[in-house]
Write a protein that binds this ligand. Structure first.
Ligand code: ADE
Length: 225
């Protein structure tokens, strides 16, 4: 998979890709991540990427031309499955969206800034708009990092044990059950006996029940789907 991220702040975005699972995925050539600084696509000497809103109003708007130039250049090199715009008024990211995106070959992620992008960018280029939650960030970069993490860990081969992504919370619309490791008892707090029974079907059943109980308590909305 190849991900091209268009941003005015590439330095803000780089560190999540330089550690842990994302770093290993890149090193193993399971994913390529490329950063494109929008200021490299400006023609004026101040390298401006934003301008005042027509009609008045507070806040700057990202201009269509640098974004057009950057996306058009990328599109001349390969076909893209999705061109995603990170924005608080997009579709809220969930595990289902991450699963689908992880199957793609090439995606572009455009990070918004200031008040957002000129509507003509959205009309002409954007195929999907994603929000990471009902709150407003200073820009799309942190949202893009969240999206990339959620997607890249699902690419086959990225997680050492393939099954560990399958048992994540949300993967089957259930939250994950409680988990334990050593010691067996800590300050009087014991690990449930069933986990030492060696009876794997029984343990699996216990885990399913716990996952269901936790989902019912915390996220009953997930059980409705
Ligand atoms: N940009 C600003 N707020 C955002 C959000 N909640 N999700 C994605 N991109 C954003």
């Amino acid at each position: 998979m190849r991900i091209d991220i268009i941003t005015v702040l590439p330095e803000l975005l780089k560190s999540p890709f330089e550690a842990s699972i994302l770093k290993r995925a890149i090193e193993a050539n399971l994913v390529e991540v490329h950063f494109h600084n929008l200021r490299d696509y400006t023609t004026d000497k101040y390298k401006s990427v934003d301008d005042y809103q027509f009609g008045g109003g507070a806040g700057m708007v990202m201009m269509v031309e640098p974004i057009d130039k950057c996306i058009t250049k990328l599109q001349s090199q390969r076909n893209y499955d999705e061109i995603i715009y990170m924005t608080p008024d997009g579709e809220t990211l969930n595990q289902g969206i991450a699963n689908k995106l992880s199957l793609h070959e090439n995606i572009i992620i455009l990070c918004g800034h200031y008040k957002g992008v000129d509507q003509r960018v959205r009309d002409k280029f954007i195929t999907k708009e994603i929000s990471i939650g009902d709150y407003v960030l200073s820009g799309g970069e942190l949202g893009a990092a969240v999206l990339c993490d959620a997607v890249i860990r699902l690419i086959p081969g990225v997680l050492g044990n393939e099954t560990s992504a399958l048992t994540d919370s949300f993967q089957d619309n259930l939250l994950a059950p409680p988990i334990y490791t050593r010691p067996r008892e800590y300050k009087g707090m014991k690990v449930p006996e069933i986990l030492f029974s060696g009876n794997f079907p029984k343990i699996e059943k216990w885990r399913e029940e716990q996952a269901y109980k936790r989902t019912q308590e915390r996220r009953p909305d997930l059980l409705k789907d």
